[in-house]
Design a protein around this ligand. Sequence first.
Ligand SMILES: Cc1cc2nc3c(=O)[nH]c(=O)nc-3n(C[C@H](O)[C@H](O)[C@H](O)COP(=O)(O)OP(=O)(O)OC[C@H]3O[C@@H](n4cnc5c(N)ncnc54)[C@H](O)[C@@H]3O)c2cc1C
Length: 441
Amino acid sequence: MQNNIPKNTDVVIIGAGPAGTSAATHLVKAGINVVILEKTQFPRQQVGESLIPHFWKFTDALGVSDTIKAEGFINKAGGLSIWEEKVQQILFSDFGYTRSGLHVERDVFDDLLLKHSERMGAIVFQQINVQKVDFSRPNSPAIYFSDQRNSEKKQGIINCTYVIDASGHRSLLAQQFKCRHLISPEKNFLALWGYFKNSRYAGTDYRSHSMRSIKKNRPVTFIMSYKEGWLWHIILRNKASVGLIIHPKHAKNFNKQQREIFFKQQCQSLPYLKDLLSDARFIENSISHRPDYSYYSTQLCGENYYCIGDAAAFTDPIFSHGIQNAFYNAALASCTIQASFNNPLKRQRYSQLCASRMQQYYYFSSALSLGDLNQNTHQQALVQSLMKTMPALELELMLAAANTTNRSENFKKLAIKAGIWNNFIAKSQGESLTQLTQLDF
Ligand SMILES: Cc1cc2nc3c(=O)[nH]c(=O)nc-3n(C[C@H](O)[C@H](O)[C@H](O)COP(=O)(O)OP(=O)(O)OC[C@H]3O[C@@H](n4cnc5c(N)ncnc54)[C@H](O)[C@@H]3O)c2cc1C
């Protein structure tokens, strides 16, 4: 393992989440030298444990699917939602998926992706906090960092041809460029989540089960709307992840202790969730929160930089689109960087194309999860063209998922305008959704 951070490399990647490590793997596979600088020491905690099966195509391309399978994460069969009291279930197999979704402990999943990128040839340094990037020499951006591997906290600089910002919701470059914006105040929610031992889980048979049944009764992700917002319950191998998405006014000015009391009260009182947690024990100090988690950057790519994954934008966790987006951005950016090394004169143009594709995916996520696209016709046109070209089963699943909530209207309108709604109407409006009035938890 290399200890000294080199003075120069082809590409520096800031952050070792799924966006950063997957970009690294794509690039080193193409023979490009990559240095990853990560602020923390892995494995590190991260929220976002539900993966829909679209993700396998990305991990196949990275060559890491077998390692993921061998890890033995929980295979999830689909999702069960109670939205405004309507109970609906989606099973991936009904859409033709042959591989399941997963519930992953993100510390384990992200570490596995990081080790894979390292095995493939990326040079990784952890406990390196990047502070800023100096773009005054366009052909050689300089990355300033603080090396926190020992108590001295030495300052350092590394130069590269391209820099990828994959720093997650910290959005290092967008903050530096002052181009990170929160979406409208009425759509900015607060996420509050924590972990429980010994929770029951929701199965495909609309019943709750103890972990002893996990091999026999397949689990699903459980989501439910309630008066103040919505919640998730995701069963993991040794614990359950429970999250509340609420308007910030419900937890205004709470300190850590008050947030924990509020969270526990909600978990003990909300229908169905309280049944899932009836024998469970809260894991002390496991609570986290993230206010204002919906934001976007107006400068995604330039001739020598790329902002990918959450560093570029994040909308909403409801349909588990975050990690897909990170993988997608990473694949696009690394392809563009590769093309730019081959043809440097076109690098500005390539970066514009990449930015426009990344925006398209972001608008798609926004239309999907917020049910609103600000009536912007350019953005709507981008989403419609993506709808026409994406794999049918992926779009069908997304349309059906949107239909389980009250957030599907705008998405439907866009699908109608794109001329594809009729192809999907049966599946997304009922054929593959099982509807009940209540659950037997
Ligand atoms: C409440 C909530 C629930 C979610 N649930 C889901 C879900 O169920 N499914 C799903 O797919 N997605 C979900 N997401 C989204 C998902 O968590 C993110 O989209 C995903 O983690 C993005 O990956 P990333 O690599 O871009 O960023 P991250 O995973 O955040 O990784 C960024 C890395 O950069 C490092 N870093 C930051 N600053 C610096 C710096 N200055 N120098 C060096 N390193 C730095 C960080 O330490 C971190 O390791 C959820 C998000 C939220 C807010």
